[in-house]
Ligand binder design. Structure first.
Ligand code: GLA
Length: 387
């Protein structure tokens, strides 16, 4: 955020609420590989980006909660005793406040101004960024003493309970723990993590936005989750130590799931294979083998599209379009699916011509405008200096 933006936000906050705010930022994320693996106790490889949610905040003496969203130019008033979901931007703010209350943190009244520059519906986790930003801000404002990991987990629960999506932990984790120039390899079972330098050596990560909003994502997402759980339950009947797809082999799927239900088998198989692709991709990245990384990205897309069936024709079209381009080493859909962006590994010199060609061809083929964004990574959640 530029210093002019900071001044504008601060000024507007003072105009609306008549108090000096503290200012916080929490970024959106990309995910290089490892999709739909987090809620199966697998691995993910996300990075935080330079698009973020911003929160300006101050205490109120009267116990009320007064909110204002700059993006929606809308105000909303509530209080710690009457926080309910209403299918609106306020859910991501009140959802985390509600978590604090349920966990008996002494939440008092506050003024909060919300702003952000993450494209909404593009699969960059704008909702997780808002949840993490608000929770981090409330934690600082009231001195609750929550650790970063506690913030991540509480923000995830807010998404489950207020937004109704049984998401995994990746988005909130990436927003809070991101580090500039690095991806984070997270083990979603143990929550151990490792920063992996993003040395892309003449290549960049480019997002191509289908401009299809992922509206089906909520219900289909929860269905995928149940299908994976069903697969695990069938394997566990025969192999009692098995707790998640993390513990399951393809041989076990062949033996215990395939005979029962072909669809559930295919879903589970995707997850087991995606974990393997992530391991291969991390190995490639560490060796500087970007071609190896790219191959695994294409493989991931194939699985997401054909086996897990969370892609859509526009995402498939964009991945197909870049496949034979010598400047593109890898591409795949990113995030929950059904719309949003593809993530592409593109040679720097090839970026501008690719965007130009893909944009025109996409418009012709799919009738929609494509947007492109060359990713800059960034640090995770933090306070901004308002001076
Ligand atoms: C959404 C969820 C994440 C993760 C991805 C798919 O972004 O919020 O937890 O499951 O989908 O990888």
């Amino acid at each position: 955020m530029s210093s002019t933006d900071k001044v504008t936000i601060k000024k507007q906050f003072i105009e609306i609420f008549g108090a000096e705010p503290l200012l916080f930022r929490s970024p959106g994320r990309i995910n290089i590989i490892g999709e739909h693996t987090d809620y199966n106790e697998g691995f993910v490889l996300p990075a935080a980006i330079d698009k973020a949610a911003y929160v300006a905040i101050s205490k109120r003496a009267d116990g009320a909660i007064h909110l204002y969203s700059r993006s929606f130019n809308e105000s909303f008033q509530s209080s710690p005793d009457e926080m309910r979901p209403r299918s609106s931007w306020t859910d991501y703010v009140l959802g985390v406040a509600d978590q604090l209350k349920r966990n008996r943190y002494p939440l008092q009244g506050f003024n909060l101004l919300l702003d952000g520059d993450i494209y909404i519906g593009a699969g960059l986790s704008s909702s997780a960024a808002v949840e993490c930003c608000v929770l981090y801000a409330l934690n600082e404002l009231f001195g609750f003493g929550l650790s970063r990991m506690e913030i991540v987990k509480m923000a995830q629960l807010a998404e489950h309970e207020f937004a109704g999506v049984k998401c995994g932990i990746m988005d909130q984790f990436a927003s809070v723990f991101g580090r500039a120039n690095h991806a984070v390899r997270l083990d979603c079972r143990t929550l151990d993590y490792e920063y992996v330098p993003l040395d892309l050596n003449g290549y960049k990560i480019v997002l191509l936005n289908t401009n299809v909003k992922h509206s089906l994502a909520g219900s289909e997402y929860n269905t995928r989750r149940q299908q994976c759980e069903q697969g695990v339950a069938w394997v566990a009947e025969a192999a009692p130590g098995v707790l998640s797809l993390r513990d399951v082999t393809i041989t076990q799927l062949d033996q215990y799931v395939k005979p029962k239900d072909e669809l559930i088998y295919t879903r589970c198989r995707y997850v087991v294979e995606e974990n393997q692709r992530l391991q291969n991709a991390c190995g490639s990245l560490q060796k500087g083998d970007l071609e190896g990384l790219g191959k695994n990205m294409f493989g991931s897309h194939e699985g997401l599209s054909r086996q897990y069936e969370v892609s859509c024709k526009e995402l498939d079209w964009l991945v197909d379009f870049v496949k034979d381009d010598p400047g593109v080493l890898g591409a795949r859909m990113m995030g929950g699916g059904f719309g949003g962006c593809t993530i592409n590994l593109v040679k720097e010199r090839a970026i501008a011509p690719l965007i130009e060609r893909a944009g025109k061809a996409y418009k012709n083929a799919c009738g929609l405008d494509m947007e492109a964004y060359v990713v800059q990574t960034a640090d995770g959640t933090g306070e901004l200096d308002t001076r």
